[in-house]
Write a protein that binds this ligand. Structure first.
Ligand code: DC
Length: 225
């Protein structure tokens, strides 16, 4: 537990282990963890529920602005996501959302609204936020900044294990192709593409466990005055 009110920002590609690392580090430090990807997933969920045309950027922007979204810290899952009174956390990794979320997250009006909400949550300090644009756009002044990377092969291997555990029937090649496509959209979009901030510490997670990466973050945290 800590009374240090500093913010930690983590960016990196899909399935690189950000979520597990962030949950472990925030738990050890006793600070709040916000998974910003879940916010874009919640917008995508609502858009699919409402049969919104995903090419209609203005409609997606309005939908994001009107979304009654609450991110509730939770020791076990890291974060529960409520839309209105409905807890949608457990459906946000469904295949239909995995397929469409990058399209929704590329819409500037959606991003502007999510970034505004994320900054509001960080005003008091003492938050660990993970996503794609946290070090570069949302919290460029965070005291600790990281870019967690891993090879496409390693990320596909980890994602395949997760999917197989939840009973999905997919092949390594399919998972790899879907991750590569999401990487491409996330890092080539015009607004806030995924890039490493020049002042973020680069960590290649290929040969490190989530515990070992969390050790690095917690050690850095202990050295900040
Ligand atoms: O981390 P994730 O896979 O749950 O993210 C879901 C999508 O949202 C993915 O396409 C990247 C995007 N995203 C983003 O653009 N900015 C963030 N801060 C977090 C996620």
């Amino acid at each position: 537990m800590t009374d240090k009110k500093i913010n930690i920002a983590i960016d990196g590609p899909a399935a690189g282990g950000k979520t597990t690392v962030a949950r472990i580090a925030a738990g050890r430090l006793g600070i709040v963890y916000l998974d910003t990807g879940m916010m874009y997933r919640a917008v995508c969920w609502q858009a699919l529920q409402k049969n919104c045309n995903l090419e209609d950027k203005a409609a997606l922007g309005r939908l994001a602005e009107e979304l009654d979204l609450r991110m509730i810290p939770d020791a076990q899952s890291g974060c529960r996501v409520l839309v209105g009174e409905t807890d949608v956390t457990d459906v946000l990794h469904n295949p239909d959302i995995n397929k469409s979320v990058s399209i929704v997250a590329a819409v500037s009006a959606v991003r502007a609204d999510m970034v505004r909400r994320q900054r509001e949550m960080a005003v008091a300090g003492g938050i660990l936020m993970a996503g794609r644009d946290i070090c570069t756009v949302v919290l460029p002044d965070a005291r600790l900044k990281y870019y967690l990377d891993a090879s496409l092969e390693e990320r596909a291997r980890r994602r395949l294990l997760d999917l197989q555990r939840s009973g999905a029937e997919v092949t390594f090649e399919e998972v790899k192709a879907q991750l590569a496509e999401r990487d491409y959209i996330d890092s080539h979009r015009a607004d806030s593409p995924l890039v490493q901030a020049p002042d973020a510490k680069y960590i290649n997670c290929d040969h490190l466990s989530a515990e070992e990466v969390a050790d690095i973050i917690c050690k850095d945290f202990s050295e900040v005055d």
